[in-house]
Ligand binder design. Structure first.
Ligand SMILES: [Zn+2]
Length: 257
């Protein structure tokens, strides 16, 4: 039995990494797919209640982790409705039928038109080219109906309990109109709004440069410099260094295309 546990640990070690080991909670990270989307699992150590943020490709790794650690998956929090951030929802929902899927209503609705939007905006030739990559093809063939209706359409400032943690949601539009950042204690899951030395693109369905600038500045003003930022893509960062060194948007100037 000991050997088996040891073996499982090694397998998980290669696929997942633990970012934060605080006294009362942990954050586990999984890098998924060709667009290198960050998926996170946060759990309260005492109650073992867990939430996934943005499940992408290969959700079975997380499913195994949850089962092996006897966690109770309470929520799936989606930062936005782009396929690389939601791809794993149907499989996880099937495994854990009681889990509550939470996202904004506008991004849920846009999931059904985003493929057509992409085709109208960029043309069939780009779709044909992208489909040659098997992982991108999987994203493009993804049917949002498989997700089912979300349990909770998030309102600005809505909060959720996860064991002793309070997870708060805030509207941060710009990269997508219904993008949501989630925060608890000294950490912020920033989706595709704020990333290490960059910000999310706005050439997306419903994207808005003006809104994104506002959202990023809202994050800079709202959180202390020491706040750890777990972004939707790229490496971990913090509010203080982005505020000063992010060339796209600092606290007082922007340089976005
Ligand atoms: Zn996105």
């Amino acid at each position: 039995m000991k050997n088996k546990q040891h073996y499982l640990f090694i397998v998980i070690f290669f696929l997942l990494s633990a970012y934060t080991v605080a006294e009362d909670f942990k954050v586990i990270h999984q890098l998924t797919g060709f667009s290198e989307t960050n998926c996170y699992l946060i759990y309260d150590i005492k109650s073992k209640e867990a939430a996934i943020i943005d499940p992408g490709l290969y959700p079975d790794t997380l499913i195994h982790f949850i089962k092996d650690n006897n966690l109770t998956l309470k929520y799936i929090f989606l930062t936005h409705g782009h396929t690389d951030h939601v791809y794993g929802v149907p499989e996880i929902r099937k495994e854990f039928p009681k889990v509550k899927v939470c996202m904004s209503k506008v991004d849920y609705e846009n999931m059904f038109t985003q493929f057509q939007w992409f085709k109208d905006t960029y043309g069939q030739w780009l779709i044909d080219r992208e489909r040659k990559n098997p992982e991108h093809k999987a994203y493009m063939d993804f049917d949002p109906h498989l997700i089912g209706i979300p349990d909770i359409f998030i309102e600005n400032n809505q909060s959720f309990e996860l064991g002793s943690l309070e997870i708060k949601a805030m509207n941060t539009p710009g990269h997508s109109p219904g993008e949501i950042c989630y925060y608890t204690k000294n950490i912020l899951f920033s989706g595709d709004v704020l990333m290490y030395r960059t910000v999310g693109g706005v050439t997306t369905q419903g994207g808005s440069k003006g809104e994104l600038i506002k959202s990023v500045r809202q994050l800079y003003k709202m959180f202390p410099d020491s706040t750890i930022v777990y972004p939707g893509h790229g490496e971990v960062t913090d509010i203080g260094s982005e505020k000063n060194e992010n060339e796209n948007i600092t606290l007082d100037k922007e340089n976005m295309q």
